[in-house]
Unconditional design. Structure first.
Length: 516
């Protein structure tokens, strides 16, 4: 039995017997509750602190870390403000750092920034570490102007930026492709005798690879060796990923082999990058070979590995192999996630149209998996339902798709715009335009606004079934909402006009708004 509940019982007995308590005892109990993941109980002990005249200290205040860990941001901020406002405790650097770090990691950048300014007004002034928290949060929000303004503020106040400061800014600039600003900042960093480390170079190389400048990234990796900074596994993975993004999987494999020659053991990310690259080039045999190599090197495939392999197998139609890989995943691990199940369902439905050839009964197999997930209450989010509804519609099972759609209201899962669009597409394909229009009105009633896809689906439906007069009325609504034809609809219309030029006379709006 865990000793934690015994600590709580002992404290209650002390209170009943009137045994005096001190801050040391209360801190032990607060920490005890936090270890039990009962932050609400730890929080309730703070009034005892105040009523007993026992001063709060930094140890007590570390409860805030648990509040943030359990995502009780509001409680943490309320507690902090109460302590400051009522002058119960003068916050020190640790306390400010705890709150600011917690807020920034939960995406509350504006609140983190306001706390930095509040700190400047008190006796405990912000240091480089506090500024770094806020600058990093601003960079992650892509608010580079505000981040650079804070850097300038640091300089004005003689608060020295460090490598962490510049790494955050460089990361933000590289992700936005602001290379000129990056060069200026990098030069400034070196001029201040703050020399880049492996993390700095990895940020730069990753940014270059994402921009498609993989050769520049590889050259940068070679140059930095001469500067005494050795590439690490992150460096090689970034360059491999860059080549795979460009479809140059053989060059990625060359980097993989160079890494091994330099006695840098590939990690699971290295394998996943290459497997994904081979899968996209439909070189599934090589991807499967890599899957076998992972175990031979003493590592284990993770969920991403299996999901990537499954996607590749379905792309080339190797259904049997995909089923075997999934069975292996179930027997050996890791546990399949929502992405795994969506991949399987998409694959089964994709080949359901030709299942007579394969003799697999794939639509039935997809629905069997879907029903199992529902029974086990796994992964049954709207994305999964969208896959099922779309798959059923494309396999001509509109009644079943509609049944799955209607079930959403029973389980309290609201359809999104993609769900409605899928059903509308299914109705339009089969010429059930009244049902499609009814679905549109239901969509609007449920405050799910149609988008450009919705209207293009309708226009194609009207064209397919030669409902030109209805299309004219619908197009006016489409134009009033600021939507326009996409390439697919435009091509569809051109084909109809070639066969029946009088269609243009029925749609006069086209002459002024579109160039066909």
């Amino acid at each position: 039995m865990s000793p934690l509940p015994s600590v709580v019982s002992l404290f209650r007995e002390m209170r009943i017997l009137g045994i005096p308590i001190n801050e040391f005892m209360l801190n032990i109990l607060i920490n005890n509750y936090c270890l039990m993941h009962r932050v609400d109980c730890a929080f309730s002990l703070l009034p005892i602190h105040l009523k007993s005249g026992i001063p709060l200290n930094v140890v007590t205040f570390t409860t805030l870390r648990e509040l943030f860990a359990e995502n009780k941001v509001t409680d943490a901020v309320v507690l902090f403000k109460k302590l400051v406002r009522e002058k119960i405790l003068e916050p020190n650097e640790v306390m400010y750092g705890t709150v600011m770090n917690g807020l920034s990691k939960r995406g509350h950048t504006e609140k983190t920034l306001s706390l930095l300014h509040l700190m400047e007004q008190g006796s405990t002034k912000p240091d480089t570490f506090k500024y770094n928290i806020v600058i990093d949060a601003l960079c992650k929000d892509r608010n580079l102007d505000a981040a650079i303004n804070l850097l300038n503020e640091m300089k004005q106040k003689n608060i020295p930026p460090d490598r962490v400061t510049y790494n955050s800014l460089i990361d933000g600039l590289c992700k936005l492709g602001l290379w000129e600003k990056f060069k200026t900042l990098f030069s400034e960093m070196v001029n201040l005798n703050i020399y880049p480390n492996v993390n700095t170079f990895n940020i730069l190389i990753d940014g270059l690879c994402k921009e498609g400048k993989v050769e520049d990234a590889e050259e940068g990796m070679k140059c930095r060796v001469g500067k005494g900074v050795e590439p690490d596994i992150i460096t090689y993975n970034a360059i491999m990923d860059g080549y795979c993004l460009r479809g140059q999987v053989d060059r990625a494999r060359r980097i993989f082999d160079i890494m091994i020659d330099k006695c840098i053991e590939p990690d699971i990310i290295s394998y996943n990058v290459l497997i994904n690259g081979y899968g996209k080039k439909k070189k599934v045999a090589k991807a499967m070979q890599l899957l076998g190599e992972i175990s031979q090197r003493g590592s284990k495939p993770n969920t991403v590995t299996y999901n990537t392999i499954l996607q590749g197998l379905f792309v080339v139609g190797r259904i049997g192999d995909a089923k075997r890989v999934y069975a292996e995943m179930l027997s050996r691990g890791p546990v399949p996630n929502s992405s795994t199940h969506r991949t399987l369902l998409k694959g089964y439905f994709r080949y359901g149209l030709v299942e007579v050839y394969f003799r697999y009964g794939l639509v039935e197999e997809a629905m069997s998996l879907f029903n199992k997930l529902k029974i086990n209450r796994e992964d049954t989010d709207i994305e999964l339902y969208n896959v099922v509804i779309n798959g059923l519609c494309k396999n001509g099972k509109l009644d079943e798709a509609q049944s799955v759609f209607e079930n959403l209201s029973l389980i309290g899962l609201p359809p999104d715009v993609r769900t409605y669009n899928t059903m509308i597409t299914g109705f339009c394909i089969q010429g059930l335009l009244d049902e499609a229009k009814s679905m549109l009105r239901k969509m609007e009633k449920n405050r799910c606004l149609p988008n450009n896809v919705t209207y293009n689906v309708f226009v194609q439906g009207f064209l397919k079934w030669s409902k030109f007069s209805e299309m004219r009325t619908f197009m006016k609504e489409m134009a009033d909402r600021g939507f326009s034809f996409d390439a697919s609809t435009a091509g569809f219309l051109l084909n109809v006009v070639r066969e029946n030029p009088s269609v243009l006379d029925m749609i006069p709006e086209l002459h002024s708004k579109n160039n066909y």
